[in-house]
Design a protein. Structure first.
Length: 449
């Protein structure tokens, strides 16, 4: 995201209009001008679509980078949540009395296209702030551009701490990046350990098979597991960072059963559905859970024909959770606006990013980037997926710099189990932490009872 001016939203308060033009020209020279003519094809109302109308004053323009929002649930929820946030802001008088517009950049799930769209939003659409970005590779691809443009960006999908390291090591250049959510990759590891420590006994997990797909994003969590798994009191009977090319877990699950592990505790995104189906369909003799990105989708139960029933997953929020007082009002407004659909976790964080930016501008009475950066560093904002606070520039977790990352709050992190209600509908019932629990708690798969 970027914030802009104290005198007018079309130019930065930190530089004169002329100096901003020099900055833009330098940006075009260093990037080869690749931003021109890169609007994504066929994405909802097309990339670059505008939501909202100006009443004559310069509008506040919010740029959203989302992957394939016309077809991908992750990107669609980002777009819908942003649309809702903009509508609500305009209904409430805009930001600092100015109308708010949303400008969409479809990243097409490509790091190269993400950079092109970022450049278009900044150089052609003249946005005042950017948010979104799902893939860590895409965020890494634009982080130098964010620094070059001195434009605040509030990430609402990617988890890599590589950008946090840059903020830590070269603060003056990279201080404009903040992660509104989800938690960073290193904090993903912490939440897995916390869940095991608190819940393994209740779930009857004396031993686990620890699995993670061998992608870049799992390296930090895996390091946390290696260093801290002993704290949980759970025996690791088998562990592997398995190759991304895997399309069957049958032989691995044979090994899990051979060592009599009580559960597979997994960290997966790309290979998650294969891992789930090879557990649920044959009803393997162990529990299944962990960080499983596909299971976070509210529609996942229907997508896999209910085969995720009894599986456990982590998410920023679920449709029936009450993380904060803002959670359910957001869910209900989202459902009302989008014909009963529920938000994906990236939707919560995108909504929080936009409303946080608006709140910071209102509180500080300025769009000046240099004033908003320290304001965001000190913020404590009640979001839909938890309290939004950021680690300071010197903060480290397990030796990893986490500058400007979302602060991990154990009490506001949820693990759910897919359960089926009396009408045969799948529900993500929160089972941890206890203060966030919904439904009747954990249900043992009947074939393990």
């Amino acid at each position: 995201m970027s914030d802009d001016t104290a005198t007018g939203l079309g130019s930065r308060a930190t530089a004169s209009p002329d100096s901003r033009g020099v900055n833009r020209r330098r940006f075009l020279q260093t990037t080869g001008g690749v931003a021109a003519g890169t609007a994504g094809a066929g994405c909802l109302e097309t990339a670059g679509s505008i939501v909202g109308e100006s009443d004559g004053a310069n509008p506040v323009r919010i740029g959203l980078l989302a992957p394939d929002p016309d077809s991908d649930m992750i990107g669609r929820s980002m777009y819908r949540a942003a649309t809702l946030a903009v509508r609500q802001l305009n209904d409430d008088g805009g930001i600092d009395g100015r109308e708010v517009e949303l400008v969409l950049g479809d990243t097409n799930s490509s790091p190269l296209e993400a950079r092109r769209q970022y450049q278009r939003l900044i150089l052609e659409e003249d946005v005042d702030v950017t948010t979104g970005v799902f893939a860590s590779e895409a965020l890494l691809g634009i982080i130098d551009d964010i620094a070059e443009q001195e434009t605040i960006h509030l990430t609402s999908g990617a988890a890599t701490t590589e950008v946090s390291r840059l903020v830590h090591e070269q603060y003056d250049e990279y201080k404009y990046h903040f992660r509104a959510g989800p938690n960073s990759d290193i904090d993903y590891g912490r939440m897995q350990i916390d869940f095991l420590t608190d819940m393994a006994g209740e779930l009857g997990w004396d031993s686990i098979a620890l699995l993670a797909e061998d992608y870049e994003w799992t390296k930090k969590p895996w390091g946390v597991y290696q260093n801290r798994i002993g704290e949980t009191g759970v025996d690791v009977a088998l562990q592997e960072r398995y190759p991304p090319s895997i399309d069957s877990f049958e032989s691995r699950y044979d090994e899990v059963e051979a060592v009599e592990a009580d559960a597979v505790f997994i960290t997966t995104a790309h290979t998650g559905t294969s891992a789930l189906m090879d557990w649920g369909v044959p009803e393997r003799e162990f529990d299944f859970g962990g960080i499983h990105v596909p299971m976070q989708l509210p529609a996942y139960y229907d997508l896999v024909g209910g085969e995720c029933q009894y599986a456990i997953g982590q998410s920023s929020a679920t449709a029936n959770s009450t993380i904060t007082d803002a959670t359910q009002p957001f869910v209900k407004a989202y459902r009302n606006m989008f014909e009963g659909s529920n938000p994906v976790y990236t939707g919560y964080h995108t909504y929080d990013a936009i409303t946080l930016f608006a709140s910071a501008v209102e509180d500080e009475g300025t769009f000046d980037h240099e004033e908003l950066v320290p304001a965001l560093e000190d913020v404590s904002f009640t979001g839909t997926a938890g309290t939004v606070e950021f680690y300071d520039r010197e903060a480290e977790v397990a030796g990893t710099p986490v500058a400007h990352d979302l602060v991990y709050n154990k009490a506001e992190t949820v693990y759910f189990q897919w359960q089926e209600d009396d009408d045969g509908e799948g529900r993500q019932e929160v089972i941890w932490p206890p203060e966030q629990a919904t439904g009747s708690g954990y249900v043992t798969p009947p074939w393990l009872a």
